[in-house]
Design a protein around this ligand. Structure first.
Ligand code: UD1
Length: 368
């Protein structure tokens, strides 16, 4: 395959419409699929969208579809929540008959969630061509469920779309032939670039001039009572210096209630829609997070990011961007915060190909 620049009208006359089937399941998938679907819609391509139902709350799913202007899913597998084995198996069980019925030429999966690996396994067993958007990212931490999903998905994938050079190198180390790897840049940044103007229009009534925006949902941080308590205590200390705004993932809120943790003066709120969250991100003094996507978005926006993890599958956000890994040492959180409040935050730059055109590159390669 190669990048093509052929006249699209000529193409549509000569080539039967290719059928691309996209599988999405969780919040970050939607942000990655939307630009690819939009770019492919400019080509003579039949597209089918399958939602596994891994995320089902309107705040984590429906509102994202609306803001990203995505078509409604053709099928919702309505899998819902469960253990990793249960959720993965249930996506596989429900996806297989859909795939057999729809017979696409290629399936596109996104990111590293359970729905991604489940769909990849089904395609591999049915010998259906598979493309993976955001291939090659590695944290080298196999205690992280997403790392298992990444490794397995990439091994099963025919066409691997990577966001950065480190991802290409990781894939080659794992024996993936170069010809199957296409560095297209960061497709999630396409969504950011498109919706940033709308985010800038959001009213900022009642928002403090300076604030820390917090998100937290990794099992390693929130599923263990001692760890969650430690982090929330540190955030309460941060709140003394800088107001904390904390849109809490349902998983995190459930754990706070289950462990009976008093969040004191922390400003907890429901998960926010994408545009509203992007607005808060772009005006924040600092992000404190364990999310992968937010490490990338802050790098693009040039906003300081303190990541409550010891490793990252997105090292370019540390080497080029504004990201600092805090690890388990919460003392480091206050010292890094001080640096930022002193106006000495790390200045980053935007990684190559994070330019809002990754979806177009993917569409051209898929269609070639
Ligand atoms: C999943 C992904 C993670 C991604 C995150 C983005 C995996 C292994 N993890 O984590 O990589 O960063 O999505 O948000 O796929 N829940 C609701 N409503 C929903 C969905 C979930 O309340 O719509 C609650 C349920 O109690 C569920 C819990 O959140 O058990 C966790 O949901 P799940 O999809 O298993 O994982 P996330 O933590 O969301």
């Amino acid at each position: 395959m190669s990048l093509i620049s052929a006249n699209k009208a000529e193409w549509s006359d000569t080539i039967a419409a290719m059928h691309v089937l996209h599988v999405v399941g969780a919040r970050p998938n939607f942000l990655k699929a939307a630009p690819v679907i939009r770019a492919l819609s400019k080509w003579p391509v039949q597209q089918t969208l399958i939602h596994t139902g891994q995320h089902y709350d309107p705040a984590l799913s429906g509102i994202f579809f609306a803001q990203l202007n995505m078509p409604d899913p053709d099928v919702n597998l309505e899998v819902g929540s469960g253990s990793h084995a249960w959720q993965t198996a249930e996506v596989m069980r429900r996806f297989e008959p859909v795939l057999l019925e729809r017979k696409p030429d290629i399936v596109v999966v996104y990111g590293d969630v359970n729905s991604t690996v489940a769909a990849a396994l089904v395609c591999a067993k049915l010998n259906i061509r598979l493309a993976h958007v955001e291939a090659g990212l590695r944290s080298f931490d196999r205690t992280m469920p997403e790392e298992i999903n990444r490794i397995v998905t990439d091994q099963l994938t025919d066409v691997l779309f990577t966001p950065s050079e480190d991802a290409d190198i990781n894939l080659q180390h794992e024996g993936i032939p170069k010809e199957r790897i296409f560095r297209v840049g960061n497709v999630m940044i396409d969504s950011l670039v498109r919706l940033l103007p709308a985010a800038m229009q959001c009213a900022r009534n009642g928002l403090p001039e300076r604030y820390a925006l917090v998100t937290l949902h990794r099992p390693s941080n929130v599923d263990d009572s001692a760890s969650l308590r430690r982090i929330l205590t540190s955030l309460l200390e941060v709140n003394d210096a800088l107001e904390v705004i904390f849109p809490a993932h349902p998983r995190t809120r459930q754990r706070i209630e289950q462990f009976g943790i008093d969040t004191g003066k922390l400003h907890l709120m429901e998960p926010l829609p994408y545009i509203e969250f992007l607005s808060l991100q772009s005006h924040a003094t600092v992000l404190i997070t364990d999310s992968g996507g937010i490490q990338e978005e802050t790098t693009y926006l040039g906003v300081p990011c303190l990541t409550l993890r010891s490793n990252t599958e997105r090292p370019v956000t540390v080497t080029l961007g504004t990201n600092v890994l805090i690890g388990q040492d919460l003392g480091r959180l206050s010292s890094e915060l001080e640096i930022i409040l002193d106006g000495k935050a790390k200045k980053g730059s935007i990684p190559p190909l994070w330019d809002g055109n990754s979806g177009k590159r993917i569409a051209e390669i898929l269609h070639a």
